[in-house]
Design a protein around this ligand. Structure first.
Ligand SMILES: [Mn+2]
Length: 353
């Protein structure tokens, strides 16, 4: 097991590479989608309100081999490995999610992107096949000592306006109106198209595609169906396209929030099959539709039990904190992460001793 840290796009700089290293990380998982374009001071995860996070990126430019490779070199120069890129930009795949007119053109570009990722030597690409993305969450002092974190108290049922998907606006001039309602079957058939097209390219490029479950794991959010909102639904995705490149981005928090099944069984099932590309190692109290994200040692999940299962199944991938509560000090995000990283490092060392 390896310790990693997740960094948002605006954190891809020397200070944050050094911060990761100081926290004991050997690996990084990075976001290239700019969720914070609307708020330059934003440090923490966006919650996903009615109007989303802001604008999607440039639809005409996928991330090139040159920029991916120079990013990887920069990270390597700081003594870290680049393990994964997390999330596609909605600008690059909105019509794959929505089955829109640009679907084929966008799939063509996504294939090129995965080839670039493979050529740059980045082993994993994480994605979240979701129309609404994260939603229905708010920020309150949910965690120990009144630390501000994310939680859910009710479901957001407001439909999504045209021109927006996965919380980001990809077309400012879209016709007024909302996204049409679709079934779960329709959503799964869109995923199947995506996997059929992308997995062979990922195999050739030696890249693992890793699916994140729904956050929050509800059957419907904002009048759109969700894909993976119970632990067993990961199996459906795995079986849909058997391949060493078809993996999961296993989120302990989202899995524990699911109403059926238990997180230990799910960890065992998917790590035993060697289907876990990397892990979001976070803790929660409660299940949907009422839960709160809390400190790593405060929630419902026995994190040591999870680590023992992973060790027994010889999981060799990376664990990152995903999200943490913000701590009261001059650097709330950094303190929360540093606290979690210290806990994770100690736990991993203890289990390996
Ligand atoms: Mn997660």
């Amino acid at each position: 097991m390896k310790l990693g840290l997740g960094l948002y796009k605006h954190m891809l700089n020397t200070d944050h590479y050094n911060f990761a290293k100081q926290c004991g990380a050997t690996h990084l998982v990075i976001h290239l989608v700019d969720y914070f374009g609307h708020n330059r001071k934003g440090m923490d995860q966006p919650v996903g309100g009615k109007s989303g996070w802001g604008y999607a990126g440039n639809p005409h430019e996928i991330w090139s081999y040159e920029e991916l490779s120079s990013l990887k070199n920069e990270i390597n120069d700081h003594g870290l490995e680049l393990e994964a890129i997390e999330n596609f930009d909605p600008a690059h795949w909105h019509d794959v999610l929505l089955d829109g007119p640009k679907k084929e053109e966008q799939i063509f570009n996504l294939k090129e992107l995965i080839r670039n990722v493979g050529k740059a030597g980045i082993p994993i690409f994480g994605y979240n096949f979701s129309i609404a993305g994260v939603s229905s969450r708010n920020k309150k002092p949910y965690a120990r000592g009144g630390a501000v974190s994310v939680g859910m108290e009710s479901v957001d049922n407001r439909p999504i306006p045209n021109g927006m998907v996965w919380n980001m606006v990809y077309n400012k001039n879209a016709q007024k109106g909302v996204l049409p309602k679709i079934s779960h079957e329709e959503l799964w058939s869109r995923l199947e198209y995506f996997l059929d097209e992308l997995i062979p390219v990922a195999e050739e490029s030696k890249v693992k595609l890793a699916a994140h479950p729904d956050d929050p794991p509800m059957p419907y959010v904002r009048e759109t169906p969700r894909l993976i909102y119970q632990p067993g639904m990961y199996q459906k995705l795995i079986d849909l396209k058997p391949s060493s490149s078809n993996k999961v981005e296993f989120c302990l928090g989202s899995t524990a929030e699911m109403t059926n099944g238990d997180v230990y069984e799910a960890t065992d099932t998917y790590s035993k099959q060697n289907k876990i590309a990397y892990i979001h190692f976070r803790n929660v109290i409660g299940k949907v539709p009422r839960y709160k994200e809390v400190f790593v040692d405060e929630g419902d999940i026995d994190m040591f039990r999870i680590l023992k299962i992973l060790r027994n199944n010889k999981f060799e991938g990376v664990l990152i904190p995903d999200h943490t509560p913000l701590m009261n000090c001059g650097a709330p995000w950094h303190a929360g992460m540093a606290y979690t990283m210290g806990y994770m490092r100690a736990a991993i060392l203890l289990l390996q001793s």
